[in-house]
Each structure stands twice: as C-alpha cells, then as structure tokens.
Ligand binder design. Structure first.
Ligand code: NDP
Length: 351
C-alpha cells in the first residue's frame, strides 16, 4: 500500500470519469483514474474499460463534433500511442464512440491525470481517508472519490445476438437509430417498458416500420406511453413473443429475426435490418453494496437534487451509475464535471 493520500480518485473510464478528471486536474487536484482492467472475465461480461461508448459506432449528437475530417484531427490529438486501438477512420463522417472517449481520455491525460489500468473491487468508507482496493490486491488512500463506473445494457444472451452487435443489433436507438443501415428499413425493438416504447417511437422517424416485440400481453410502460405505441401507424405490436435467433450474413449484417410465441411456441421470421434491445440496464455498482446508499434499482443514490454528492460525505458519483433516466454521453460528461467541481469545493471548505 502506498502511504500517499490522493486528493481525488476517480473510478471509471467513460465520459463521466474522464470529464471529472479534466476538471480535477485543472484544479490542481492531481487525480488518479482507475480505468478498469482488460481481463477476459470483463470482456465476457461486456465490462471492459472505456465504458459503453466504446461499444457504439458513430456519435452524431455530441456537441462539438459535426461531420468533418475527424480522422486527421484524431491523428494529431491522440497520436500513435493509443490510436492503434481504434479502427481506421474513413475520410469525413462522424466521430465514433471509441474515438470520442479516447479524445476525452487524452484531454484528461494532457492535464496530468494519472491512469491505473486496474479495477477497484472494494472500498472502505468507514473513515477518511477512504481506502480503495483493486483487483490485484493493491490499495490506495483518497480524501475524495468520484464513482463513475457506468452501467451496462442488458442483452438477451443469445449467441447470434453477439454475432450481429454493431451490425444490426444495438441497445441504443438514440445513439444508432439514424445510421444509414436503419433508414427506411423495417426494424424491431425488444421490451415492454418505457424505454422500449420510447425507442420504437424514436425509430419511426427513420424506419419504414417498427415491430415492438414484448414477452407478455401487457406493457410494463406507463399507459400514456403505451397509447402512443398503439396509436402510431408505423408500429406493429407483437405481444407474447420472444426472440430466438438473429439471422444475417457477413456482408449485410442482420437481415431478419426469428421470434417465438410464448403462448403456443409457434415460430415466425420477420425481415429487419435492425433490432434494438430495450430490456433494461444494470449499473456497475455491485462493489458499492452496503458501502453507500443505492436506489432500489441499484443506481448510486444522489440525495440532493442537482448535486453529485452521495450518502457518504466526500464521495461523489457521476454518469450512468447514478442515472437511469438520461443515459447520454453528453449528460454523463456534464455530471462528471459537476462531481469534480463539488469535490474541489468540498476539499477547499475543509482546508
Ligand atoms: P424496465 O425494467 O421498465 O422494462 C424492461 C422491459 O424489458 C420489461 O417490459 C421486461 O419485460 C422486458 N424484459 C426484461 N428482460 C427481458 C428478456 N430477457 N427478454 C425479453 N424482455 C425482457 O426498463 P426501461 O429501461 O424500460 O425503464 C427503466 C426506467 O426508466 C423505468 O422506471 C421507466 O419508467 C423509466 N423510463 C422512463 C421514460 C419516460 O418516462 N419517458 C423513458 C425511458 C425509461 P416484463 O415487463 O415482462 O418484465
């Protein structure tokens, strides 16, 4: 264990974590970011460092990144050191999720952020400074902590689903819905909650038709949302059905979806170029259980409106681990900055 007590330790590596680091570094707090670890276990659990953005494609709605020659900019901003991890950028186009998060990371590093490629697995919050333990058994001490561990979309878990992720199978209509492969084509959304209906409604802006596939004969979503789905002519609701296989090929990606009736087991195949899973998210907060207050759905509880302070004085949270509502890169980055500003003010008040 190092004897040094860090002023601020940030846990996570999505837009919230790196934005917090940019603000903390510029405030001379000399932040350390635990970005997670590249273990096989994390790969299989969809929990590798750099967060959910690293698993998406083009990002068209992040302010400051209109279409343009992003490739040239990336080369100059990131350099060779990490750009080798990114797929080559074709001329023009939008910034991609991995590129955007690499850029934010680089900005944090440029201001002196120290990065540890390990995962915090335990926290002792019983006294300050807090003690953090990583997956290699190393410990560190911190006066303040920002938790920005994100969340992961729930997937159905079918083998064929994995095969077509980012090639027709997505878990975020707002992120991916406007991509060319989904325009004027039939699409499907899986789920019966508010998110599923919201995604289906959003996709009607681009799709020729949207199948909304739910495993029961009643929506979990609010009545008002359900009415919008029933009233929309572009949406065809298929109740009592579950996906059984994603079908496609190497050149076209996903081309159709096989679904099964939960009533009589009958199968049918629908032609779709995209399937959006909206079956909920799981926040990455298991290691916080019993340490800081979590909501019923296990998101980090933020007791005060518009503040990032958690139930433990000196610990702040940002991004999707504390947000089951907005879940956007820009909102995560914003709350990361807010958390760092709060941590800075907390430390100054103590001094
Ligand atoms: P929910 O947990 O509310 O809904 C998840 C849906 O996915 C349920 O219908 C569930 O079915 C279905 N589902 C879960 N697992 C599977 C599976 N393995 N196979 C097939 N279907 C599955 O999550 P949401 O993301 O929709 O909503 C989260 C929260 O955010 C809610 O509180 C919601 O109200 C809120 N929200 C509000 C919005 C708004 O007000 N505009 C917009 C979006 C979200 P079943 O019903 O059978 O359990």
């Amino acid at each position: 264990m190092s004897d040094t007590v860090e002023k601020i330790v940030i846990i996570g590596s999505g837009p919230a974590a790196w934005s917090a680091a940019i603000y903390a570094a510029r405030a001379n707090l000399n932040p350390v970011v635990y970005e997670g670890s590249y273990t096989e276990e994390n790969r299989l659990a969809n929990n590798l460092p750099m967060g959910q953005l690293y698993t998406t494609t083009e990002i068209e709605n992040y302010p400051g990144f209109p279409h343009g020659d992003v490739g040239a900019y990336l080369k100059s901003a990131i350099g060779e050191e990490r750009s080798y991890m990114l797929a080559p950028h074709e001329e023009g186009g939008s910034v991609t999720g991995p590129e955007l998060v690499e850029l934010i990371r680089q900005q944090a590093v440029n201001f002196g952020t120290r990065v540890v490629s390990a995962e915090i697995v335990d926290l002792d919050v019983s006294q300050r400074p807090f003690k953090l333990t990583d997956n290699e058994g190393e410990t560190c001490m911190a006066q303040t902590i920002i938790i920005a561990t994100g969340a992961r979309a729930n997937w159905l878990g079918l083998a064929s689903e994995e095969q077509f992720k980012n090639r027709g199978v997505s878990a975020c209509a707002v992120c991916d819905g406007a991509l060319p492969r989904f325009r004027n084509k039939p699409l499907a959304v899986i789920g019966g909650g508010d998110s599923a209906i919201e995604e289906a409604l959003y996709l009607t802006n681009f799709a020729s038709k949207v199948y909304l596939i739910h495993r029961r004969d009643e929506f979990r979503a609010s009545k008002a949302m359900a009415k919008k789905a029933f009233d929309n002519e572009k949406i065809e609701i298929l109740f009592n059905r579950v996906p059984v296989e994603f079908i496609g090929n190497d050149t076209e990606g996903l081309t159709s979806l096989k679904i099964k009736s939960t009533v009589d087991g009958q199968e049918m195949t629908i032609s779709v170029t995209g399937v959006f899973c909206a079956i909920g998210h799981t926040p990455n907060t298991a290691f916080l259980q019993g340490k800081i207050a979590l909501t019923e759905k296990r998101y980090v509880e933020l007791p005060q409106a518009h503040r990032m302070a958690t139930s433990v004085s000196g610990i702040f949270a940002a991004g999707d681990c504390a947000d089951d509502y907005y879940r956007q890169a820009i909102t995560s980055a914003g709350t990361g900055a807010m958390a760092a500003l709060e941590a800075e003010r907390f430390l100054s008040a103590e001094e």
